[in-house]
Design a protein around this ligand. Sequence first.
Ligand SMILES: [Zn+2]
Length: 377
Amino acid sequence: MRKTIFAAVVAATTTAATLLLPVGAQAATTATVVSPKRPLNVRAGAAVWTRPLRTLPNGTAVSVECQVKGQLIDQGPVRVTDQWDRLTDGSFVSDAWVRHGQPFPPCTDAQTVAAPAPAAAPAAAATTAGTVASGAVALKTRSGPARAAVLYAGLANGTPLNIVCQLPGEQIAGTMRVTDRWDRLDTGAYVSDAYVNRAAAPPSCDSLAAPAPAAAAPAPAAEAGQSRWVSPLPGFSARPGFRTPTNPNHVGVDIMSFVGTPIHAASAGTVVEVVCNIEAGHSCDQAGSAAIGGCGWYVKIQHAGGVSTLYCHMVRRGVVQAGQKVAAGQVIGYVGSSGNSSAPHLHFEVHVSTPPTSPGNAVDPLPFMRAHSAAIG
Ligand SMILES: [Zn+2]
């Protein structure tokens, strides 16, 4: 019931000359911007919430150094992809809008914005110390690395912080720096690194297998009622993908994200399964692939009214236990790519008239969540 998250990538059709340029450590390859309706945005990072730097008209030749994994873009004319092309000046364009005759190499140097998910690494116990430097206003803690994510609470200026790791998100100009980095705290919440005074740089969240366990999950909002629904990955969006003509057995939607992003219970309920579901001979504790069956580490929650939700491909066993009651918005696990998955994302299912869940009682999560005032993205 799971599937590979990417549609077949459309092969580039034009040939492009290869130029070896004396810029940077990696050779650049020429490519062509395909953006007939409006100029293409060139950005500071590999996501649309990063700072726009300039625009390029349709047909512009660009020199691409390498590619990084970033936000999935499904609106481009060339392909559906989460790959972003780094130009020779360090800026980025989505590869969904770029035609080229040969694949670009992955970026391998320190300027990589969102490194490809590594194989599972040991969890780091240490945290990086910092303090809030937000002046007269409180620093907002959120459920994800963007201001669009759910607001948890404010931290007063001078509050000590224990930073687990950093990941790329929305660009923020703060008191300490202008940055797209967000710090994940040991509470599970995020703050913009623009307002954090710290001596050392925290590690990348991509380099950690999983963050702190359940005890560190942020306190769910006080108004958590039986009927409140929230997006399982606030700040990230899903593209339609439920029972498509090309994949009629895909009974959920895929929400692209980054390894380690907290996954939230979509509503209050009882955890009924915390399971590794994978083809024999493989491990859920490492990134899977399109060739491996199963939904990897998943959590299933039974809600009131005979509704169940399922959350697949977690980076590690969920941080809740079967039988445990959870509130809407409570962190239940972290995004990964375990099982039948070719890039970090959450496969999210909603079932009605449960238990039990079955492919037959799955409903499209996008209209369901919209109807419950919790649209995904
Ligand atoms: Zn899926």
